[in-house]
Design a protein around this ligand. Sequence first.
Ligand code: OOG
Ligand code: MG
Length: 263
Amino acid sequence: MTARLTDDEVAKWAGYLYGAVTGRHEVEAITKSTYLSVEDAYRIQAAGIDLRVANGETIVGAKAGLTSKAKQEQMGVNEPIFGVLTDAMAIVENDSVPLGTRIHPRSEPELVFKTARDLEGDVGPGDVLAATASIHAGIEIIDSRFEKFSFTLTDVIADNTSASGYIVSEQGFAPDEVDLSSTRCRFTGNGQDHSATGAALLGDPALCVALLVQHLSHPGAALPAGSVVLAGGMTDAVPLSAGVRISATYADLGLELIVDPKE
Ligand code: OOG
Ligand code: MG
């Protein structure tokens, strides 16, 4: 049987995490003090998004996370997770990334889908590509609200999968112009040098988006047309430090994205 938190408990934990975002401080993992089921973790995530929307943010898309072995091994959590993106998280290409509004941010290279049609139900990768307007190169900025960037599966789900920011290349490609699985990214900076192809994302980045749509469909929701969707970090995430640039080179796409962290 799945333990079920009361609506008041869900609201309390959502406020706890939102307070960590606005107050820019770490908090203890929720599972240090209570059992948390996957279902309740997504309820806390949804309540946290309601708080953001009540404070003026707009939902613009969604993300899959922990879809590569590299990320699963780095975080010690072995299942894909799904979160929500808002307009406040968008970082314009080539703008600097402010560290002062974040706790202990990291960056990771991602492939990004922009959807042309609503997606819902038991879709597969082919359905996702058929509903995709354009594919982009991206970088996600994650910033766990938990101490030491350490969490269990349900903690990180409740924390909206550590979502904090994202950069999406201005230039996009039609889905049939890109071989997603063979698209390579070299991700370097802060003493690290990683490389992976789209195949690192469950063998096919479009499958990650399909799983996200299937997840949304359980409570009967759709991924609306016009959504921005991150398929998941392809390599280890690299911590951000002031003045230390990180670069994601997508040679097959002829694109280089930069993270330029500043205090
Ligand atoms: C959880 C978020 C994972 C990804 O792309 O794998 C994620 C975390 O690592 O804090 O966004
Ligand atoms: Mg990510």
